[in-house]
Design a protein around this ligand. Structure first.
Ligand SMILES: *Cc1c(COP(=O)(O)O)cnc(C)c1O
Length: 398
């Protein structure tokens, strides 16, 4: 098979199933054999409007014909318009565009350290959370509390201090004059969709204000409507000094943003850059997504179908005697006991359903924000069958 020749030449960085995907539309994907799959992963919450949505395709087509990239040292309309629209919609003062979530977090770390040099006599330590995930560049890996990163590619970038997530007392004890920032995910996605508690996130904001540290929120996964509001911080009634966006912002193409408020806007010329940063093609993709998410009724739809998905998953979970569902909006983690999550993912694929397992005991669902009740009902049928099969196979082995 042609697909097999190709896979030998790809570095083995991840175990992939054998399918080669050739087409996508909304919540559906098709492989090279013409089989269809209901996609409740959407590239890890990237395709916020589903596969190949008309608005995105049209925006990219039009822009590709006009101007792809004049270079980061010149203005283009997309970067100007997206910066002003995104700042207005999120109540931010400045924006900067990059290619990936990891890069946006690198930018946030640099911005915080710059701020520390300017306002906090060189303080540079950043507190992050255990089991957090901020990306795979060196700074972002060093900031991450993901256990699998612990001894990988040592030595890491110094200056990060990890504390247990949702432990406000630990933060209270550790946040001293050497700390320039606290960097958190409102919902820890990779850790298995673990939402911050209201008390923790609001407390973190208050402690940052009291002790003169910046609050950085990594909203790469939670932002752009994923949790039912444009930013997840709104759900918590919190306002960070720095917010990073990625994933859903580009609707599937590489685009991320660094947003800053107040005196956290302290980059000077020469301190941040990148060949593709703010290019005309990707920023119009961001505009198409932002326009759509801000259309009247769109976020209401996310919340409404999110409730439908929550109800269905709760029923499924109870029927299979599983744990308590976690998440907001259209980002859910379903903890499993007695069935392996990767086994369910494999059985689901055989049922024509894409979901993923961020942990061995947890499934994650991050469908398109445009998902329908019908898609959700069909997903629940397929997921139920997959869970039953995974359990049956396990008991056959035992
Ligand atoms: C995916 C993710 C990242 C990394 O984004 P990339 O685009 O893969 O670099 C960072 N933070 C969080 C919370 C994420 O979910």
């Amino acid at each position: 098979m042609r697909e097999e020749w190709a896979s030998d030449r790809l570095m083995k960085t991840v175990e992939r199933p054998q399918q080669t995907f050739v087409r996508g539309q909304g919540s559906w994907l098709w492989d090279s054999d013409g089989r269809s799959y209901l996609d409740f992963t959407q590239g890890w919450a990237v395709n916020s409007l589903g596969h190949s949505p008309v608005v995105l395709v049209e925006a990219l087509k039009r822009q590709a014909e006009q101007l792809i990239n004049p270079g980061p040292a010149y203005y283009n309309r997309g970067m100007l318009e997206l910066a002003s629209r995104l700042c207005q919609a999120t109540g931010s003062d400045q924006a900067y565009f990059l290619n990936s979530g990891a890069e946006a977090n690198e930018g946030a770390i640099k911005l915080a350290r710059k701020w520390g040099q300017r306002y906090r006599s060189g303080a540079f330590r950043i507190i992050t959370a255990s089991n957090s995930f901020h990306g795979r560049t060196f700074g972002a890996m060093s900031a991450s509390g993901k256990p699998a990163f612990q001894n990988l590619f040592e030595p890491k970038v110094p200056g990060f201090h990890k504390l247990p997530f949702n432990d406000l007392q630990a933060l209270d004890d550790a946040l001293d004059g050497l700390c320039v920032a606290v960097m958190l995910e409102p919902v820890q996605g990779e850790a298995g969709v673990l939402p911050a508690t209201l008390e923790y996130l609001q407390g973190a904001e208050r402690l940052c204000r009291e002790r003169g540290a910046l609050l950085i929120l990594d909203e790469v996964q939670t932002g752009m409507g994923r949790c039912g509001s444009l930013l997840a911080e709104e759900l918590y009634g919190v306002r960070a000094d720095i917010v990073t966006l990625g994933k859903g912002l580009g609707g599937g193409v590489p685009l991320a943003a660094l947003l800053a408020r107040g005196n956290a806007c302290c980059f000077e010329p020469g301190e941040q850059g990148g060949t593709y940063h703010g290019n005309a093609l990707m920023t119009v993709a961001g505009l198409a997504v932002l326009d759509t998410v801000l259309e009247p009724g769109f976020l209401e739809h996310v919340r409404e179908v999110g409730e439908h998905l929550r109800d269905g998953l709760l029923r499924l979970s109870a029927r299979h005697q599983q744990g308590a569902l976690r998440g907001h909006g259209l980002l859910f983690g379903l903890p499993l006991q007695g069935i392996s999550a990767p086994a369910v993912v494999r059985e689901a694929l055989a049922e024509g359903l894409l979901i993923n397992a961020p942990q061995h005991n947890c499934l994650r669902l991050s469908p398109a924000l445009t998902v329908s009740h019908g898609n959700i009902d069909e997903m629940l049928i397929r997921l139920g069958r997959a869970m039953t099969r995974a359990r049956r196979k396990k008991s056959e082995v035992a």
